[in-house]
Ligand binder design. Structure first.
Ligand code: SF4
Ligand code: SF4
Length: 364
């Protein structure tokens, strides 16, 4: 049997060392989207197109996909399927090297959930519609925990869990949420995604929980924090809390198209958010729009965009495989979602205020 390893990062190199020990398994090459190394561990590193040509010529039997450093497993499999690779020839290798057919895996690359729907930054083109919300709208801890426990029945590991908002530091119980995540998914990387405004006023119990549970602070850097970010990072340094700061975000992009005239499959194919799986209570959604469109509809009463796109974890017929397939299928909102979106300048305003031209795509 001849195989190809998709990717050429350290984890794929380690996979190669493991596969070498399997009798009758002959790995031909690694694949890479970037030009760089020509060989790795003595094997050629080829562009993806060449890997597909080898498969079509019958020289390759199957592909191995790992979560990789960029967590692109789903996107890679989707591309292989579109290019005619048989589903049975795509194998997934989990973080602890469990090899399964791709859709039978029990590992999610990524999961996000919100602990506060509102935000204290109120970016005018917020893709989670947080700026349209007035007052605190916080998640319910027990319902969220229940959702994670139900998910655990189908998923053994989540490579990356992101705790989001709105602004997650607005939730006074954030310490409990991250401890709960660590308890249920002990091997996940867990990040709190924050705009940084409240980092310097984090209470002691939250700081303790962040450190005890190995959480990383992921700071989105908006122009409003230009003068303050050095103090934020100095504070995290003094606490010995790991963090990273995004490059300054001067530009947003608007994707909402109330006409619903986008080509759903095309938007899904081009979308960089399509594997931003979101958990909300005991439901799983393909992306944030599966849950948050209701805020758009409540605010702009003249529109009614589809609020579907999530499914219940209580369905008695649900299986891990059904979950993985649903998370690789466009939702109704994809027809209302322009990908790539229209760029617009970052700005912010008061909570609970928005105007259509800041959130709706530009008209042709
Ligand atoms: S910081 Fe801006 S983009 Fe992020 S959740 Fe708040 S309003 Fe939305
Ligand atoms: S609705 Fe579809 S196209 Fe839009 S972000 Fe979600 S997955 Fe992507």
């Amino acid at each position: 049997m001849s195989g190809i390893i998709a990717g050429n990062s350290r984890s794929e190199q380690q996979l190669f060392e493991l596969l070498k020990t399997i009798p009758d398994e002959n790995i031909l090459c690694f694949l890479s989207t970037e030009s760089g190394d020509e060989t790795l561990s003595g094997l050629p590193v080829l562009p993806y197109e060449e890997g597909i040509l080898l498969y079509r010529s019958g020289k390759v039997d199957h592909f191995y996909i790992t979560p990789g450093e960029k967590l692109k497993a789903d996107a890679t499999a989707y591309t292989f399927l579109r290019l005619g690779v048989a589903e049975s020839d795509i194998w997934y290798v989990s973080q602890d090297y469990d090899i399964t057919p791709f859709f039978e895996r029990r590992e999610l690359s990524y999961l996000e959930y919100q602990v506060a729907d509102n935000c204290n930054m109120n970016c005018s083109s917020c893709s989670h519609y947080s700026n349209l919300i007035k007052g605190n709208v916080l998640s319910d801890y027990e319902s969220t925990r229940n959702g994670f426990l139900k998910l655990k029945k189908y998923v053994d590991n989540i490579c990356l869990i992101r705790v989001l908002g709105g602004e997650p530091l607005l939730n006074p119980d954030l310490d409990k949420y991250i401890a709960m995540n660590r308890e249920i998914f002990p091997y996940s990387r867990i990040e709190i995604v924050t705009n940084g405004i409240l980092v310097r006023s984090m209470p002691d119990h939250l700081i303790r929980s962040i450190k005890d549970n190995g959480i990383v602070m992921n700071i989105s850097f908006y122009p409003a924090m230009k003068e303050k970010m050095a103090e934020v990072t100095a504070h995290l340094d003094s606490l010995n809390i790991p963090y990273f700061v995004s490059p300054m975000i001067n530009e947003f992009c608007k994707v909402t198209d109330p006409s619903g005239s986008q080509n759903s499959a095309d938007s899904f194919k081009k979308c960089t958010w399509r594997y931003c799986t979101m958990l909300r209570d005991d439901r799983l959604g393909l992306c944030a729009f599966s849950f948050l469109t209701k805020y758009f509809n409540e605010y702009y009463k003249e529109f009614h965009l589809p609020e579907s796109g999530s499914f219940s974890l209580n369905d008695p017929d649900l299986t891990s495989e059904k979950i993985m397939r649903r998370l690789n299928t466009p939702i109704e909102f994809c027809s209302y979602c322009k990908q790539p979106g229209d760029p617009c300048e970052w700005k912010h305003g008061p909570a609970g205020s928005g105007i259509p031209r800041d959130i709706i795509i530009d008209q042709p």
